[in-house]
Design a binder for this molecule. Structure first.
Ligand SMILES: [Cu+2]
Length: 291
């Protein structure tokens, strides 16, 4: 009898273990259009890209997990996230993502397109997604600032299917490289997540030509065409990834020390419940032994 009880207690222990490290898991980032963190972070999918290598170097060889770029208790994004540090959320472990470069892994898009957004949610949270796009005239040769951005829309609690939030946003007219900036303000935790996804619109049509309905007809110089093709190739590769397949996700090692109070509280509560149950079991066993 005692042995069976003991075995049961052991089973209970094993069963509770997966819940206790809940704070060590992570949270989310856009994989389509691929974000700089999904591409370059510690467990990103494009770490071999030159921009990602440069980003890694700029953070002294360490970048945080791709789905963990978050700040707790943000009242005002613009106050907490300084100009020039938007892509890292001002977080040191991601500072390489702020580099002003025109070769971060990107996604080919068109003006007027209803762009699908797949925002991987490794831990689902309720909340709102604010979508911003850089204004016409934005240059990737300067670090991103709030002044570069215009808000496109805000989407509250979009559907979560296959482990990702699904949204669509209509893209306004742009040409060349731009950044889709996504702010995910969760309502079920204290955290807000930040991400930069690099987009490539077709190059501008030369003014002398009559406007063409097909934006892809615009390719003023052969060299531009070459880079464009390379970008498209890399983005196709990125989007072709079946979104149902997890990235590298098991992966999140407890790499950085930033754990929010909310997540700790959940872990702590689960641990407390487990200890109470275990304590009750042990007391019951002792009573049985005495009788
Ligand atoms: Cu989370």
């Amino acid at each position: 009898m005692f042995v069976r009880r003991l075995a049961l207690a052991g089973l209970l222990t094993v069963a509770s273990v997966p819940f206790v490290p809940a704070p060590a898991l992570a949270h989310g980032s856009p994989i389509t259009p691929i974000s700089r963190s999904a591409a370059c972070a510690g467990n990103g999918t494009k770490r071999g890209a030159p921009a990602c290598k440069a980003a890694l170097k700029a953070t002294d060889g360490f970048l945080g997990a791709y789905d963990n770029l978050r700040l707790a208790n943000v009242d005002d994004d613009r106050e907490r996230v300084p100009d020039g540090k938007l892509c890292s959320g001002g977080i040191d472990a991601y500072r390489g993502l702020d580099l002003a470069r025109d070769d971060f892994p990107s996604t080919a898009v068109r003006s007027g397109q209803k762009l699908p957004i797949t925002y991987r949610g490794t831990i689902p949270h309720e909340g709102s997604f604010r979508l911003y796009l850089t204004r016409p005239g934005y240059s990737p040769e300067r670090k991103l600032t709030w002044g570069d951005l215009t808000e496109l829309t805000e989407i509250k609690d979009p559907p979560l299917t296959g482990g990702s939030y699904r949204m669509r946003v209509t893209l306004p007219r742009r040409s060349g490289r731009h950044i889709l900036y996504v702010v995910w303000e969760t309502s079920s935790t204290p955290d807000t997540y930040y991400s930069c996804s690099d987009l490539v619109f077709p190059a501008a049509v030369a003014p002398s030509r009559s406007p063409s309905p097909a934006p892809s007809a615009a390719s003023p110089s052969p060299s531009v065409e070459v880079t464009k093709k390379a970008d498209i190739a890399s983005s196709v590769e990125a989007t072709a990834e079946p979104s149902a397949t997890p990235l590298v996700l098991t992966a999140e090692q407890p790499t950085d020390g930033r754990r929010t109070l909310g997540h700790w509280l959940i872990g702590g509560a689960l641990l407390a419940i487990f200890l109470v149950v275990l304590g009750a079991g042990v007391r019951r066993l002792r009573r049985r032994e005495i009788h």
